[in-house]
Design a protein around this ligand. Structure first.
Ligand code: ADP
Ligand code: MG
Length: 548
């Protein structure tokens, strides 16, 4: 056997280890949740590989999947062992010594910010294995990859201080065993009762049996919650499951749980969180919806299971039709997946609609956290545009939290358009001269101040049969609200000021597209209007701070 080799951790890994060892004080016991969740993933990956590689992993004994947790009071150790897929030597070095994960830098930043020392961040950033060093000052991991011979076992050891060693060892059974040598002062964990309650609290819904101290009765439920009949489940069960799934400390706002049988068979259990995660606006969110195939966890994905504008949705999709070795490519193509995805989108939009109709206060919370994300669906998802349009909320010259349906129900007699003003800040919007004539006529105008609103109104020319009309673009247009006297007065004014308009045009030649007399203003002498070629949002931004 080759001698022990020593390696240095990558700089970021070393920083994370240092953090684990020295600055985490709350909920230290979450290390167990992280290691158990790795074991559970490893068991799922083994089940997939047994089918995919019958000549290697397929030759492994068909023992019952299980995760064992034990402790030794004398030695001061806790051991977590699984019969999952295990790791080869290269995998150990690649997966444990290297952190090439998108979340790492963010994690370090978040940890040095106001949430310093908050263990809740660990699960959210996927740096779970290292959490062993919260309570241990030495960790030994022994593993053997499914399908490799017994003499290709690997032992990895580290004190979490910049280096680790790797050596090749004999190991008959596949899977991974992790031994934590507890730091001084962590002895209270060496207690069956204590470990049981930690497992119950954080890992109850792990779909594999967790066996404690040689006992054959699992500590956890060990069944997939979503596969249980709805009638058996209480609100609390869903909330517990959600918190274990996401590591969120808050309960979700709402969930939808459906089993679909028919041409395709699948179960959806999807949640709307009550708070936006830190990474909602990063180019790549880290947590998404988890895809299972017949209870076996296959992958977690943020783009292909849910459209981008619903990226805040968490939960599980379990399909009976997809192959176990489903690839990310299959996710993009296949009919079964297309069907499931579109059904999932419909269910989520329906869930939101029911919330908006039945629990407006809850919906206001949702809108505050995720409204700007949902709006992206108007340009991005034409198939559901009408449903999304009904979920939108705006501020107007008269009310907050205005839906388009509210607006329409309050329209003036003779009004046939939904008027809006795009402006980068609500205070700018409220004082805009474009609103003067609308105030005069007591017409409500929606004030759109979000950067994405520009795309929303471009993609949504109509709501029901009402056109959305900017108050700042093109010539003023009151439709049927304009009476004959107004028109006559406007024409008269046009004639009266033709000379002045001619002079102004000459003077502004090359700088203004057109100059015209308007009835849109009541107290300001003049205003600048965007033409069709320039979006008014861009115009407003360009004019910001120029005094116009
Ligand atoms: P994550 O689980 O988010 O990938 P972790 O830090 O928890 O991050 O684990 C890093 C990697 O180490 C895992 O992705 C996996 O490849 C490997 N690993 C950890 N624990 C085990 C285990 N018990 N069996 C097999 N592989 C494991
Ligand atoms: Mg993990």
């Amino acid at each position: 056997l080759p001698a022990k080799e020593t390696f240095g951790f990558q700089a970021e890994a070393a920083q994370i280890l240092d953090l684990m060892a020295n600055s985490l004080y709350s909920n230290k016991e979450i290390f167990l949740r992280e290691l158990i969740s790795n074991s559970s993933d490893a068991i799922d990956r083994f089940r997939i590989e047994r089918f995919a590689a019958p000549e290697t992993a397929g030759k492994e004994p068909e023992d019952e999947p299980r995760i064992r947790v034990d402790f030794d009071k004398e030695a001061g150790t806790i051991t977590i062992a699984d019969n999952g897929i295990g790791m080869s030597r290269d995998e150990v070095i690649g997966n444990i010594g290297t952190i090439a994960k998108s979340g790492t830098a963010e994690f370090l930043r978040a940890m040095s910010g106001e949430r310093r020392g908050d263990t809740a961040l660990i699960g959210q950033f996927g740096v779970g294995f290292y959490s062993a060093f919260i309570v241990a000052d030495r960790v030994t991991l022994t593993t053997r990859r499914a399908g490799l011979p017994a003499d290709e076992g690997v032992r990895w050891t580290s004190e979490g201080k910049g280096e680790y060693t790797v050596e090749t060892v004999e190991r008959a059974e596949r899977g991974t065993t992790i031994v934590l040598h507890l730091r001084e002062g962590e002895d209270e964990l060496l207690n069956e009762h204590r470990l049981r309650s930690v497992i119950k609290r954080y890992s109850d819904h792990i779909g594999r049996p967790i066996l404690l101290c040689g006992d054959d009765t699992p500590v956890n439920q060990a069944t997939a919650l979503w596969a249980r009949p709805k009638s058996e489940l209480k609100e609390q069960d869903y909330n517990d499951f959600y918190r274990q799934l996401t590591n969120d400390f808050a309960d979700p706002l709402a969930h939808v749980h459906v089993k679909v049988e028919g041409r395709y068979e699948y179960t959806l259990l999807l949640f709307v969180p009550s708070q936006a995660p830190y990474d909602l606006w990063l180019p790549q969110s880290l947590q998404g919806v988890r895809l299972h195939v017949q209870r076996v966890f296959v992958l977690e994905d943020t783009d292909r299971l849910m459209p981008r504008y619903l990226r805040f949705v968490r939960g599980v999709i379990d399909s009976a039709d997809l192959p176990l070795n489903v690839s990310r490519e299959i996710l993009q193509g296949g009919q079964a997946m297309d069907h499931i995805r579109s059904s999932a989108v419909k269910r989520v939009l329906k869930l939101l609609k029911d919330m908006a109709d039945g629990e407006p206060e809850k919906y206001a919370t949702f809108w505050k956290e995720f409204g700007a994300t949902l709006k992206e669906g108007v340009p991005d998802d034409p198939a559901h545009r009408d449903d999304i349009a009904r979920l939108l909320r705006f501020t107007s010259t008269k009310h907050a939290d205005v839906s388009l349906a509210d607006y329409v129900s309050r329209m003036k007699e003779g009004q046939d358009k939904i008027y809006y003003l795009l402006a980068p800040g609500l205070s700018d919007a409220a004082s805009s001269p474009h609103l003067e004539a609308f105030r005069e006529k007591d017409i409500e105008v929606l004030l759109l101040d979000d950067a994405v609103d520009n795309f929303v109104v471009t993609a949504l020319p109509h709501f029901e049969d009402k056109r959305l009309q900017s108050v700042a673009q093109g010539p003023p247009d009151f439709g049927d609200l304009e009476d004959a006297a107004d028109k006559e007065a406007a024409e008269q004014a046009g004639a009266d000021y033709a000379g002045l308009v001619g002079k102004l045009k000459e003077h502004l030649d090359g700088r203004a597209f057109d100059v015209r007399v308007t009835s849109r203003l009541t107290s300001s002498p003049a205003c600048i209007v965007a033409n069709e070629a320039e979006t008014e949002f861009a115009l407003a931004q360009r004019l910001r701070g120029t005094g116009l």
